[in-house]
Design a protein around this ligand. Structure first.
Ligand code: PLP
Length: 434
């Protein structure tokens, strides 16, 4: 560790709580495209994107120009006090980009957790029902409701109770480790059909306001459901007047090769939450969905001082322009094909890789000590992350057992950086745990 980094590390330990975790010991000086340069001038290929926030790359020139231009005009008036057009323009564009040919509206907030909070508030108000159903392995944020909806105890819930009431849990569509000990497709989608059991044993359907689910469970380990799973959830929700909230905070904004992951399965969620790559690193989140749900709450019932900050909105509008002008969804799909082939090859050659899963370029490797017993290789995963940054690559883990490596690089990553990063990952898989 250089003197500079060592000094910063000491200051961090002295003045910032340990609660906010750090994946690497690095301090950033600059970032451009898919590369982060640290304070010692070392370059790192970024396969983490600040946890899925940098789909358009670091400091895309169009995003930077929009931020600068807006800062020259006005930074904050508060939408509740003096309104501004970028709020309307982004709302309109998101309404037309999200699946579903029905009247929609969009509400802006600052973080993924806040989007989740608002989606649940809107669903409860609209249905006048209290209960919310969430999945095991889910992650919906760190606010009281967000962590209550989250299905992972350490580190998100342990010691932070009591939790918000009226939350009911069902198993995730985790085929690699099926809660029912079944196999797809002979399972008959037991995990989706389990909703009926939940209605019998835990909460009445007519007391349930919403079911919230991530199309691909991000923090939970990039758990990817079979294609019929979300359509089945949508059908059961519809039959019972339950609002389906697709939490697309991590899976949205092109991450899976479509703008929103639910589009892969022809599902039209009642509400969609978006954040992360929505504004390329500026804090912005959105709830987009059915007009009758989002417009139900009375005036003053929703909102916040900073929600829909003009600079963040302009950054998000620039992100949407980049998607259109640079065919980013096509690039994402092509990246997905390349990545899948490379990861599949690693899985064949490396004993540590138990499964490759995901959709498009939203892919992950679940690491196991033994491909038969599937014993989670959590220590080896930590070692791999360390090996990666020591060799110039930033990667992230996830998963209920801390043994999944997820890839969240910019969708427009240059081929050379992609190859270099994948080589480091591949070599690391061959070296750790030995
Ligand atoms: N929902 C999902 C699916 C997420 O992945 C995250 C963050 O990782 C959140 C909600 C919370 O977002 P934030 O950290 O911006 O509050």
């Amino acid at each position: 560790m250089s003197q500079k980094t060592e000094k910063l590390t000491k200051r961090r330990a002295a003045s910032v709580p340990q609660g906010p975790f750090n994946v690497t010991p690095l301090f950033a000086a600059r970032a451009e495209g898919s590369v982060i340069t640290d304070v010692d001038g070392r370059e790192f290929i970024d396969f983490a994107g600040g946890i899925g926030v940098i789909n358009t790359g670091h400091r895309h020139p169009k995003v930077v120009a929009a931020i600068k231009d807006q800062a020259e005009r006005y930074i904050h008036t508060c939408f509740h006090v003096v309104m501004y057009e970028p709020y309307l323009e982004l709302a309109e564009r998101l309404c037309s980009l999200t699946p579903g040919n029905f009247s929609k509206m969009t509400l802006f907030a600052n973080s993924g957790a806040e989007a989740v909070e608002n989606a649940v508030k809107a669903a409860r108000y609209h249905t006048r029902r209290p209960a919310v159903i969430a999945l095991e392995h889910a992650f919906h944020g760190r606010t009281l409701l967000g962590m209550s909806l989250t299905g992972k105890v350490m580190p998100y819930k342990s010691g932070f109770g009591p939790f918000a009431p009226e939350i009911y849990r069902m198993p995730a569509p985790y085929c690699y480790r099926c809660s029912f000990g079944l196999e797809y497709p002979s399972c008959g989608l037991a995990c989706a059909e389990h909703l009926h059991e939940l209605f019998r044993t835990h909460v009445a359907a007519e007391s349930t306001a919403a079911l919230i689910a991530e199309p691909i469970l991000g923090e939970g380990g990039f758990i990817t459901p079979p294609p019929e799973y979300f359509p089945a959830l949508a059908r059961i929700c519809k039959e019972n007047g339950i609002v389906l909230i697709a939490d697309e905070v991590q899976s949205g904004m092109g991450r899976t090769g479509t703008m929103f992951a639910t589009q892969h399965w022809g599902v039209e969620p009642d509400l969609i939450t978006s954040a992360k790559s929505l504004a390329a690193g500026m804090p912005l989140s959105a709830v987009i969905g059915r007009q009758e749900i989002l417009n139900a709450a009375h005036v003053g019932g929703l909102g916040g001082t900073y929600g829909g900050n003009p600079i963040c909105l302009r950054a998000a509008l620039a992100v949407l322009d980049v998607f259109e002008e640079e065919n980013l969804l096509d690039r994402a799909r092509s990246l997905g094909r390349t990545l899948r082939a490379r990861l599949d090859s690693m899985a064949e050659r490396r004993s540590l890789v138990g499964e490759v899963r995901g959709l498009g370029p939203m892919l992950a490797l679940e690491l196991v000590r033994d491909k038969k017993t599937k014993e989670p290789a959590a220590e080896e995963t930590k070692e791999l992350i360390r090996y990666a940054y020591q060799n110039g690559l930033v990667i992230l883990s996830c998963g209920g057992y801390g043994n999944v490596i997820r890839l969240l690089m910019p969708l427009n990553i240059a081929e050379e950086q992609l190859n270099r990063g994948l080589e480091i990952l591949d070599k690391g898989l061959g070296q750790v745990g030995k």
